[in-house]
Design a protein around this ligand. Structure first.
Ligand code: RTP
Ligand code: MG
Length: 139
């Protein structure tokens, strides 16, 4: 799809480990344009809402704890074929399985603390972007 969007978060582990700048560099070097961005922290309720699709999974409590423990960078990114190309750029959920050169291979700690989020569909990209940004924060 031409000129479409995805949503990302640089997760608390990558922020704690000092990787914000390097990850943004990888994202822009891959041709993504940042159309919205903020430094923020999720509340427990935010994380439970954002990850509601996973609420029956055994790792849900751990995931909410992790995603709320410190600040994140949230952003909306624009590029042709944004959702699919961004998931390729970040690599597999588990960094042990992620391809060389991907953001998770380079910066993730483990399957739970995996440095970045990327939307998994155009529909979810819109829902997730709208969750974090108002219309006047998107350029
Ligand atoms: P994301 O939504 O963050 O982009 O990651 P994903 O699509 O690659 O993975 P997903 O299945 O949607 O899982 C969401 C996040 O939950 C954490 N997780 N922990 N402990 C575990 O086994 C486990 N599995 C997943 C990760 O933070 C994962 O990104
Ligand atoms: Mg996912």
């Amino acid at each position: 799809m031409i000129g479409n969007r995805t949503f990302t978060m640089i997760k608390p582990d990558a922020v704690e480990n000092g990787h914000i700048g390097a990850i943004l560099e990888k994202i822009t070097a891959a041709g993504f344009k940042i159309v919205a961005m903020k430094y923020t922290q999720l509340s427990k309720r935010d994380a439970e809402t954002f990850y509601a699709v996973h609420n029956e999974r055994p790792f849900f409590g751990e995931l909410v704890e992790f995603m709320t423990r410190g600040p994140i960078v949230a952003a909306i990114l624009e590029k042709d074929n944004a959702v699919e190309d961004f998931r390729a750029l970040i690599g597999a959920t588990n960094p042990a399985d992620a391809a060389e050169g991907t953001i998770r291979k380079l910066f993730a700690s483990n399957v739970a603390e995996n440095a970045v989020h990327g939307s998994d569909s155009d529909e979810n990209a819109k829902i997730e972007g709208d969750f974090h940004f108002s219309g006047r924060e998107v350029f």
